[in-house]
Design a protein around this ligand. Sequence first.
Ligand code: LAC
Length: 388
Amino acid sequence: MNFKYPKSISDCRNVNDFRHLAKSKLPAPIFHYIDGAADDEITYRRNTKAYEKCDLIPNVLAGVEDVDTSVEIMGMKIDIPMFCSPTALQRLFHYDGERAVAKAAEQYGTLFGISSLGTVSLKEIDKTISTPKMFQFYCHKDKGLNDAMIEMCREANFDAIALTVDTITGGNRERDLWTGFTTPPKLTPQSLISFALHPSWSLNYLFREQFSLPQLEEHINKGSNVAVSIGDYLSTMLDQSMDWKDAEEIRNKWGKKFCLKGVMSVEDAKRAVDIGADAIMISNHGGRQLDGSISPFEQLADIVDAVGDKIDVICDGGIRRGTHILKALSVGAKACSGGRWYLYALAAGGQPGVEKAIANMKNEIERDMKLMGITKLSQLSRKNIKLR
Ligand code: LAC
């Protein structure tokens, strides 16, 4: 339901409002890079739709004046059960990029994730925030680069690494092919018109820095200064021979909290336990990789039943409402996470935008907890949900 389109971040009451505002602020190729997904985008839509196929069962007369929205994941306490999944290229969406998201996450006491393809250095993130931070690790063909990334995480005091396992090759993102999205954006007559129509965004583009990791800058521009599509980068640079032994080796080299991002099957969740992972993010990369994949929420119950007592299970993607989070936690997730929910807000309004997006979600969680008759999230159980 949308009565009118929001004109500023103060009008934005939910993720969809931020999406509309972001669309009006960004050149089309940039907006569609965030908004788009693979093939027919069936999985992208299904990730959210899955939450509509089940119902919450509240309790009443429970004395709910003071609610506590905190949870613990990988031994870290976070103040709300929803965190910022690592996403690439944030300074392409707003000049402050990862700085803005990290500061907003710190303000609300939640976990901030930065991508291997981030656009602010890990050291700067360390100086910017003192709350938990996680690095998303793409296993590259270049083993020296992989070792350097682990070292950078250590030097920048990162708390956790999330190894992404669903992006062994680039997904088929047809919106990016239509719009000609590349990084950096190509200067064509069409893109110049688009930049002229979005002057404030164009300044962000001109003054942005490229990648967090100098090695990636070097790799991406190897031999020339040509722009590359993200799909080409993922398909050519990442190690397609990666297997469970490599995942275990990365975990052992790192030695601190370790998470696998992109696990979808019960068998793989069990193997994650076997290699000593502390958490798994059930995720299909926001529908950006394998279209036709089942949604994280639909796999949650089976995975929690198999490994929920041995590993922290995080449900990633598709979350648009506080009730979605309460549904996932009722099934047994320790926390939820997502990318677009805060990226639209970043594009719409930088740090104040992301703060508003997180505040909206926190308010919804608090209100929904009261309406569910609980004061702590650990009180949620399968008795609070009817799965259809
Ligand atoms: C994406 C990658 C880069 O989804 O994470 O675009």
